[in-house]
Design a protein around this ligand. Structure first.
Ligand code: ARG
Length: 503
């Protein structure tokens, strides 16, 4: 009996695993429609107080699915990943305030239009210099990545465009005073200004061109017909109007059967994707990535040395602080730290009456550097502690001052031992720089993401991006091996001997 005891925990673990898989597996049986959405776009899609999805799109999609005899199963995705998810059949449909454009229609199929919208420029109150799109020339503009707003902004001559994963970050940037304007769908900007905790913004202008939202499907999906019919029924029987009035005031506008963008398909906007044309931009991205890495490593080294010293200090308070620092920065996700520093700190200081804001580069290297310092301090401490105390004693008994003994005897030996973990840390940091893309920093990964957002060629582009990271890391690991060889007295002596023999 006793020898079977281990079976019990094993059974429990296996059942948990089965449960997890069961609850996560998208049930693909007939009758369910896997619908993706990017739920930070109120009032179209957002997270309710209990974490449930809600909004105009969500209500409409549920009603449409029901009418078509299907069950909508929602999943969240970043907006710039939606078209590729449909393209690769990872979802059956997408409802996400997505404008029907001729460009997108080459990769996905759209339902008939279900909402009429337009783009608007938001600025801070008191900014009267911007009253039209022409006034945005040479200005700083924040947008959501992959949206029609981003595309419009990119057309403005001399404008500096910063792209964020969610429109709420872009609006926060504007409120924080870091950009001059946000270009976004006007119902969403209006809603954010009214409901969200964003004061001091106003709409400066609206673009004349109408945009129509459609539900997107994989090309030629059989569900398009079903959903189109359902939409027709809901419009006719008043359900559409009822849902519309839950979220918007007034009567719903007339909707065309085909979005004008498709019937008058902009000629010449066809896909002329060529990965070679992207290389210069990606190379520039790698240089920026290297720059952030270098500055962060430098900051991290300085911080790491200070913390390592504090950790071995005579003063208890310093030791406690250093321990706490390491625990905090190692124990919380780097992504959370980046958000806290870049979006959190300025908002906090604004509340207590000290408005200030970070430069993007400073925020990026500060968060990466502070995080790296925690890891580096442990590497440095470990290295220093690995040198036997006898070495220091021996050096001091030869008449060296403690500082001299540290510099010439202990540190060189410790440094040699620190090199392999330092190399690891460098490579980790280089890869982690991709996380600062979330604050709109255009390093290598973000540049790739931006290219995917307009061309929908996820595989090719990310493969090139990955290759570039790989090359950077192979080069840096070569450099660290070289350093290790240089620091190894035996290898160096052998080399010197070999040189002597040849001469
Ligand atoms: N209508 C715009 C577009 O299609 C923005 C949509 C953004 N939607 C969202 N859920 N974030 O590009």
């Amino acid at each position: 009996m006793k020898q079977w005891r281990w079976l019990y925990p094993l059974t429990v673990a296996l059942s948990c695993l089965v449960l997890v898989i069961f609850f996560n597996a998208p049930s693909r049986g007939s009758g369910t429609l896997r619908v993706v959405t990017e739920p930070t776009f109120p009032p179209f899609e957002m997270q309710g107080e209990q974490g449930q999805l809600e909004g105009f799109d969500i209500d409409l999609m549920k009603a449409l699915a029901e009418e078509a005899g299907l069950v909508a199963q929602f999943q969240s995705l970043p907006f710039d990943g939606i078209v590729t998810a449909l393209q690769s059949q990872q979802a059956d449909a997408a409802i996400s305030g997505m404008t029907i454009t001729a460009e997108r229609a080459q990769t996905v199929s759209f339902s008939r239009p279900y909402f009429k919208s337009s783009l608007a420029i938001a600025v801070r109150e008191g900014n009267d210099a911007i009253t039209s799109f022409e006034d945005l020339e040479g200005k700083k503009i924040a947008v959501q990545i992959g949206t029609t707003g981003a595309k419009q902004a990119a057309k403005i001559p001399g404008a500096q465009v910063f792209s964020f994963d969610s429109i709420s970050f872009a609006l926060q940037e504007l409120a924080n005073g870091k950009v001059d304007a946000v270009v976004n769908d006007s119902p969403v900007t209006l809603y954010a200004m009214k409901r969200a905790n964003l004061q001091g913004l106003k709409i400066a202008a609206e673009l004349e061109a109408q945009e129509y939202y459609g539900i997107a499907f994989p090309l030629n999906s059989p569900n398009i017909e079903l959903i189109n019919q359902a939409l027709e029924t809901l419009i006719a029987d008043g359900t559409y109007r009822e849902i519309y009035q839950r979220w918007f005031a007034g009567e719903p506008p007339e909707l065309p059967l085909v979005a004008p963008a498709l019937s008058e398909a902009e000629a010449g906007e066809g896909s002329t994707f060529n990965i070679v044309k992207l290389i210069p931009s990606l190379l520039l991205g790698s240089i920026i990535t290297l720059q952030i890495t270098a500055v962060s490593v430098l900051l991290g080294m300085i911080g790491g040395v200070l913390i390592a010293i504090a950790r071995t200090s005579r003063y208890k308070i310093l030791r406690i602080f250093a321990k706490w620092y390491v625990d905090f920065f190692r124990g919380t996700p780097l992504l959370v730290q980046i958000f806290m520093i870049y979006f959190g700190l300025p908002a906090l200081f604004q509340q207590i009456g000290f408005p200030f804001s970070f430069n993007r580069f400073v925020a990026a290297v500060l968060s990466l550097g502070m995080n790296a310092a925690a890891y580096l301090s442990e590497i440095i401490r470990g290295g220093l502690e690995s040198v036997e105390p006898g070495q220091l004693e021996a050096a001091e008994s030869l008449g060296m001052s403690p500082t001299k003994a540290m510099t010439y005897v202990v540190f060189p030996q410790a440094f040699r031992r620190m090199l392999p973990p330092l190399g690891n840390e460098f490579i980790t940091l280089l890869k982690d720089t991709s996380l600062v893309a979330v604050i709109g920093f255009e390093e290598l990964f973000r540049r790739g993401q931006l290219a995917v957002a307009t061309s929908y060629r996820a595989f090719e582009i990310y493969a090139v991006v990955a290759l570039m990271y790989l090359v950077l890391n192979l080069l840096s690991s070569r450099f660290f091996s070289f350093l290790e060889r240089q620091m190894n007295p035996v290898a160096r002596a052998k080399k010197a001997m070999a040189r002597e023999q040849t001469t």
